[in-house]
Design a protein around this ligand. Structure first.
Ligand code: AQP
Length: 339
């Protein structure tokens, strides 16, 4: 649905962003992209590549540029449809940074200090505890509140950030007058979490330094098969789902089930009697078969540079119309003179 096709009463607005901190993984597909494709069927969606957020980690400019294009092109290749969803790059709509400043002035230092992700990330990179990392949740609040979404799909790790966005919105609405929709967090329709292949107790992440733990969406067939061959499994030899006793096999069953469309029970049955090696090989093959058409479409899109630029430009213009409507209300309410 575009801005030109009016939302019906039952249409809700949904917003999601993905950070270009690395090449997307099958974890990102299973936990986020699958849901984005579902939501755009029935909701008004705002999808963006959160490049400003990526600056909170130390990232080479050339790498950030490439990742941003890759995330945008990959999402298109999966089927994010710019005719239906407003799909843009965060930094192309400067209202995100502008609203952040206003919201900073309506956020208590103590509130921001309580964010556990800030504490975790500071511990992970003690050499780069920048103010942007501290301010990340306020930028995220601005990302959300600009578009007045009803729903924001959030995993457990982002719950606290959505809560602070809701608190800031309520505070602002109470202090001035109703300005922001206070968004609801929704559990993603498909909620599976994918763990690292090297450490099944840790999340698979695009910025993981151990590249063997993550299956990147642009990995070659050889890389994928090799990573699955090396995937950490558990003691015993049965292929059954048991998150506590068999986290490695359970993770592989989750990946297999999500990408093959079969249930975990069906998968257990299919592989009963197979060795771990045979099972890992079959999961690897399924992932390769699933990714091949997406990678081909991605390669095709990347060749059409003008087309890609025009989609980004149109997406940013469409997003900016909504974003600046909200921002100008905010500016007026806090007492900034209009230009
Ligand atoms: N392993 C995962 N399993 C399921 N869902 C996942 N997501 C990420 N990893 C998994 C979901 O993908 C979206 C990505 O959000 P993000 O780009 O803002 O960053 P993130 O959640 O921090 O993802 P990464 O890949 O782990 O990035 P880095 O390495 O930069 O921290 C979210 O919806 C997330 O739930």
């Amino acid at each position: 649905m575009t801005e030109n096709s009016p939302a019906t009463e039952n249409t809700k607005t949904v917003l999601t962003g993905l950070q270009p901190t690395g090449v997307l993984t099958i974890g990102n597909y299973i936990g986020a992209i699958r849901n984005m494709l579902e939501y755009q069927k029935e909701h008004k969606c705002y999808y963006f590549v959160a490049d400003l957020h990526s600056l909170t980690v130390d990232i080479e400019p050339a790498v950030l540029r490439k990742n941003t294009l890759d995330v945008y092109a990959l999402l298109l290749a999966f089927g994010v449809n710019p005719e239906k969803s407003t799909f843009f790059v965060q930094s192309h709509v400067s209202a995100h940074a502008e609203l952040t400043w206003i919201l900073n002035c309506h956020t208590q230092f103590g509130e921001a200090k309580r964010m556990t992700q800030f504490k975790d990330k500071s511990k992970k990179s003690p050499q780069n505890v920048n103010v942007g990392l501290f301010d990340y949740p306020v930028l995220m609040a601005a990302d959300i509140l600009l578009y007045q979404p009803d729903y924001v799909p959030v995993g457990k790790d982002q719950n606290q950030h959505l809560e602070i966005a809701r608190t800031i919105a309520e505070r602002f609405n109470n202090k001035y007058s109703p300005t922001f929709t206070v968004p609801e967090g929704i559990n993603p329709k498909y909620g599976a979490k994918v763990a690292s292949l090297s450490d099944p107790t840790a999340k698979m992440s695009k910025s993981d330094e151990n590249k063997n733990g993550s299956i990147f969406l642009l990995d070659t067939k050889d890389e994928i098969m090799r990573k699955f061959k090396r995937a950490v499994t558990d003691s015993g030899n049965e292929i059954v789902y048991n998150q506590t006793e068999k986290p490695g096999i359970s993770n592989l069953l989750t990946i297999y089930s999500c990408l093959s469309g079969k249930s975990v029970k069906e998968a257990e049955k299919e592989f009963s009697g197979s060795s771990y090696a045979q099972f890992k090989d079959a999961v690897g093959q399924t992932v390769c078969d699933f990714l091949l058409p997406v990678q081909q479409e991605y390669a095709r899109i990347c060749k059409e540079k003008d087309y890609l630029s025009s989609l980004m430009r149109n997406g940013a213009e469409e997003a900016a119309r909504t974003a600046y409507r909200t921002l100008s209300k905010v500016y007026r309410k806090v007492g900034l003179l209009s230009r």
